[in-house]
Design a protein around this ligand. Structure first.
Ligand code: AHM
Ligand code: MG
Length: 332
């Protein structure tokens, strides 16, 4: 059965998506098309990011470039690029974006999918040449096709995701995604304009010795969070915190570790967003053999109430997340 054979390193993303589709005999190819649309937008955004230092495109919103046009921030540009790609691709009826308060209707009433996206996460890192990322989740709409997507289509729990992924614009650009059948990573070769399979079947180590949390705000940690961080130090774990979620997650995924953005006094629900940050990475980490929760409830089982809900976030190697949950149990 050739479909079940692992595809070799070096397979292009397009070919990989095509071959994976063959594993589902009745697949119509719409999800495959949608993944290709996202990959194309990622290439465009990657190009803009790489040029940002040169053409001052990263200037403050409202600046003017040499042509006298308004210069837009990269997160605004990324938002425009991804929305355009999803609208033109035709498979998506509705988009949730970190950049926009309301649902975005694409006008594709036949589109069967809903996408939740943070087009460019870690924007405070752009100006200082630190890795940034795009984070996306794909859901099947629940309302019938033929009209706009509804709030019900958008507010589905993470367990309903059909695909999830991120792009990391780092020392190299990578796209990592899952359709619920393991996690695969593709590295971008800019001179060829292609993503190539470089990290087949990613699995996260069962445990690790890295903890990632913003300790600058430790004064506002709850006692349980503070106790768990103390535990990490007692174990002599390394502290690693870039402040760019995708980059911090990606490192811990490959090396093992735990990333935390807990509830704080200032933000009792934490900082990160359920729909296009936490659920996305939760699906990926579980597919890689790891774990994600709010300290008690599995992230993907949290019922979303609003498009931009936040939740406390503990994600990474299974043993470390379970240890964190033991500490957090005193708070629930
Ligand atoms: P952003 O969406 O405004 O870019 O913020 C999200 C970022 C994440 O990338 C990162 O994990 C987190 O905020 C860092 O927050 P903090 O600076 O509070 O540690
Ligand atoms: Mg963000």
């Amino acid at each position: 059965d050739h479909n079940k054979l692992a595809l070799p390193v070096g397979t292009t993303l397009d070919r990989f998506i095509m071959r994976k589709q063959e594993d589902f005999p009745y697949a119509t190819g719409e999800l495959s098309q949608l993944l290709r649309d996202i990959a194309l937008a990622a290439k465009i955004v990657n190009r803009e990011i790489n040029r940002s230092g040169l053409i001052d495109i990263a200037g403050a919103y409202g600046n003017r470039n040499v042509q006298g046009e308004d210069v837009q921030k990269l997160d605004v540009i990324a938002n425009i690029r991804f929305i355009r790609a999803l609208r033109n691709g035709g498979e998506v009826c509705t988009i949730i974006s970190e950049e926009e308060q309301e649902m975005i209707q694409t006008g594709n009433h036949q589109g069967k999918y809903v996408v939740a996206i943070d087009p460019l996460d870690g924007s405070s890192n752009i100006d200082v040449n630190v890795s940034i990322g795009t984070i996306f989740s794909i859901y099947r709409r629940v309302s019938p096709t033929g009209s706009e997507g509804t709030e019900q289509d958008c507010l589905q729990p993470g367990t309903h995701q059909v695909a999830a992924g991120y792009v990391i614009y780092g020392s190299s650009t990578m796209l990592v995604y899952t359709t619920g059948n393991g996690v695969n990573g593709f590295t971008y070769e800019p001179s060829l304009g292609e993503f190539f399979l470089s990290h087949p079947n990613i699995t996260i180590p069962k445990t690790g010795s890295i903890y990632s949390i913003n300790e600058g705000i430790s004064e506002s940690f709850t006692p349980a969070t503070a106790a768990f961080v103390k535990h990490c130090k007692d174990q002599n774990y390394s502290a690693r915190y870039i402040g760019s979620l995708v980059a911090d997650f990606h490192r811990n995924l490959l090396k093992g570790g735990i990333y935390m953005y807990p509830a704080t006094k200032k933000s009792p629900e934490g900082k990160l967003r359920l729909m296009y940050e936490c659920n996305t990475l939760a699906f990926i980490v579980e597919q890689a053999g790891g774990k994600s929760s709010n300290g008690q409830i599995r992230t993907m089982e949290i019922e979303p109430k609003g498009l931009h809900d936040r939740c406390p976030f503990f994600i990474g190697s299974t043993e470390l997340v379970e240890k964190a949950e033991e500490f957090m149990a005193s708070e629930f």
